[in-house]
Write a protein that binds this ligand. Structure first.
Ligand SMILES: NC(=O)c1ccc[n+]([C@@H]2O[C@H](COP(=O)([O-])OP(=O)(O)OC[C@H]3O[C@@H](n4cnc5c(N)ncnc54)[C@H](OP(=O)(O)O)[C@@H]3O)[C@@H](O)[C@H]2O)c1
Length: 124
């Protein structure tokens, strides 16, 4: 069984790059869920490598309460502020790309090239 990964802001510059890197690295993903605003929900994202199409879903509080192995946020600080705690409280591992939680105590600031070792210390 592969990973379930969600990308919030999947249609933006960073979100699209995240999809690209997940494809490039051949991560064992069995369920990739893509979220955006009303503007892009319903759009189809083609993953040529897997000959697959994924429909962009509307970001809601309810979808954040579902179970993911990792939820990646790339939709801006105000979206992270509102939705990341909901996802975290539902037991999900959240990785936020905005600066919103950058200086918050007990939320590790991770720069992979510098301190990726802190990820090993995070309890699930
Ligand atoms: N660009 C960079 O080089 C860079 C580098 C490091 C960090 N960041 C950070 O990464 C984040 C995203 O940046 P970006 O440049 O990728 O922005 P962007 O291209 O403007 O993309 C924003 C994404 O957020 C989604 N979004 C906006 N409002 C939303 C809402 N109300 N509900 C759900 N989704 C919503 C957009 O979906 P729609 O398609 O529906 O509008 C889109 O997918 C920001 O926090 C930025 O500071 C950016």
């Amino acid at each position: 069984m592969g990973l379930t990964i969600g990308i919030v802001g999947a249609t933006g510059a960073v979100g699209r790059k995240m999809i690209e890197v997940i494809m490039e690295r051949n991560l064992p993903v069995s369920n990739l869920r893509l979220f955006a605003s009303e503007k892009s929900s319903g759009k189809i994202i083609r993953l040529d490598k897997y000959n697959k199409e994924i429909t962009v879903e509307l970001l809601t509080e309810d979808v954040m309460k579902e179970k993911y192995d990792y939820l990646l946020f790339a939709a801006g600080g105000s979206i992270s502020e509102k939705f990341a705690p909901i996802a975290r409280d539902a037991g999900n591992m959240v990785i936020d790309n905005s600066s919103h939680f950058r200086m918050v105590r007990n939320i590790p600031l991770v720069i992979p090239e510098v301190n990726s070792h802190v990820l090993r210390d995070i309890e699930e």
